[in-house]
Design a protein around this ligand. Structure first.
Ligand code: HEM
Length: 439
């Protein structure tokens, strides 16, 4: 059957309707009726990060969970952590008992879905016992030690990228620095040969919005077709690495075993896809958000210039105050309770990471950007519990090298008019950040 025959298109239309169009319509309608979850969804449309603050404040006034029409939403640090660590709260869709018509429709639509960051067996939507086995294998390869070995190379990449920029004319740092640094590091992790780099970067850029919610039909089709192309390329790449392994992390993942069991090809491709998407959509936002915050705050820049041991903490403070991932969702697989609040099986729950990061019970003066904040690291921008971000050490290292290298070389960089934030809802960052490096 070709991609253009009616059944695959109908399946794709159902996937899009259930995953994007329906939630968007329902949440917009709920917003008009005053539902705070709906209002928060609508506020994410604004490219002004401050637009979220009033809704976060109203949600917080409802205690650990606000019971919305479609989901219970939390902005409370302890409740978000408890939710993300609850064994009965799963990260994927939980079908109704006996299989409702909706879940049967969803299962039919997913039959030919391309492999993506939000489709099984992606770690993000896999639960124990599979998740435990699979994660053990992947984290063995993505260890803190392995990441530290990438620090020198990351430094070279950062310096090389800055060398190519003319400091006296305005430049968009998202295009020429924030996006290129993480994707170049990821290409090395995945062992992408030089000749395929550009191709893989094209797949990655096209597939990356798959982590977002509320895509248009056209965007959705573009994303799915890029995911399929990436899958074909990856299969050939993995076959090549099996024959001739390199010293990259993906080659190690191909041969990694726990109790004599390795990852399947589908699990390997899914992990590689997730790592690529993270390189495109999260670390780039950490760098862009960090540049914007520091460029506007000479006092904090001065502090960092005086005490360069504060850089790792500054990266956590950037992650706390402007998290690249706004929220995450869970669905309960059994009747349970979270911080004493009862939840029935099948409840949808949203942990607003950005809200938990501004919980005044944990962070005094939460709106203040303070690179010396003693507990900046207590943010939940990398999630918590069993799905805690596997790339956290890598992202922190890249954030530190990327920001420090830029500001040490160009301490007076100035943001020019024309900064634009991305129009994605869950992923928060800059689309364009024009600056002059040496005014
Ligand atoms: C600033 C950068 C990053 C941020 C803010 C971030 C954020 C997150 C969050 C919030 C989750 C968990 C979502 C949930 O609980 O539902 C997650 C999971 C994950 N991240 Fe990251 N991430 C970043 C960078 C990276 C990088 C560079 C990699 C590449 C190695 C990566 C790989 C992963 C993987 C594989 C998971 C799934 C873990 C699991 O489900 O067990 N992330 N990330």
């Amino acid at each position: 059957m070709t991609e253009f025959s009616p059944v695959p298109v109908a399946r794709a239309a159902v996937r899009w309707s259930l995953g994007h169009a329906l939630p968007r319509t329902l949440l917009r309608r709920a917003a008009r009726q005053g539902d705070l979850h709906g209002r928060m969804f609508v506020a994410t449309q604004s490219d002004d990060v401050a637009a979220l603050e009033p809704v976060l404040g109203e949600l917080r006034a409802h205690g650990p969970f606000y019971r919305g029409k479609y989901a219970s939403v939390s902005t409370d640090n302890a409740a978000v952590r408890a939710l993300l660590s609850n064994p009965d709260a799963a990260s994927g869709f939980v079908p109704a008992d006996g299989g409702s018509r909706l879940s049967r429709l969803q299962a039919w639509a997913m039959e030919d879905a391309p492999l993506g960051p939000l489709t099984p067996p992606s770690l993000l939507v896999t639960e124990p016992p599979d998740h435990t086995r699979y994660r053990k294998l992947v984290s063995r390869v993505f260890s803190v030690r392995a990441v530290e070995q990438l620090r020198g190379r990351t430094q070279q990449i950062a310096t090389g990228l800055l060398d190519q920029i003319d400091p006296s004319s305005p430049v968009d740092l998202v295009a020429s620095y924030c996006s290129l640094l993480p994707v170049t590091v990821i290409a090395e992790i995945l062992g992408v040969p030089e000749r395929d780099r550009e191709k893989v970067l094209r797949f990655g850029a096209a597939a990356a919005p798959s982590l977002d919610l509320g895509l248009s039909w056209r965007e959705f089709r573009r994303v799915e077709s890029a995911l399929r192309e990436f899958d074909h390329w990856l299969q050939r790449h993995l076959d090549g690495l099996r024959r001739r392994p390199g010293d990259d992390l993906l080659s190690q993942l191909v041969t990694a075993q726990v109790d004599g069991v390795s990852l399947t090809d589908t699990e390997l491709k899914s992990t590689a896809g997730l790592v690529l998407a993270a390189g495109f959509e999260t670390t780039v936002n950490l760098l862009g958000n960090g540049i914007a915050l520091l460029a506007q705050d000479p006092e904090q820049r001065r502090l960092l210039a005086e005490r360069d041991d504060l850089w790792p903490n500054a990266v956590d403070e950037v992650l706390r105050i402007d998290p690249p991932v706004l929220l995450t969702g869970r669905m309960t697989t059994a009747d349970t309770e979270v911080v004493g609040v009862p939840m029935n099986r099948g409840s949808v729950m949203v942990g607003l990471l950005a809200g938990a990061n501004r919980d005044p019970q944990v962070f005094p003066q939460p709106e203040k950007f303070d690179v010396a904040r003693a507990n900046a690291r207590d943010h939940v921008s990398f999630s918590a519990g069993r799905h805690y971000c596997l790339g956290a050490a890598l992202a922190r290292m890249e954030g530190e090298v990327g920001l420090r290298t830029l500001f040490e070389r160009h301490p007076d960089l100035r943001i020019e008019p024309g900064a634009v934030r991305r129009n994605t809802r869950i992923l928060r960052g800059h689309e364009q950040l024009p600056v002059t490096l040496s005014p």
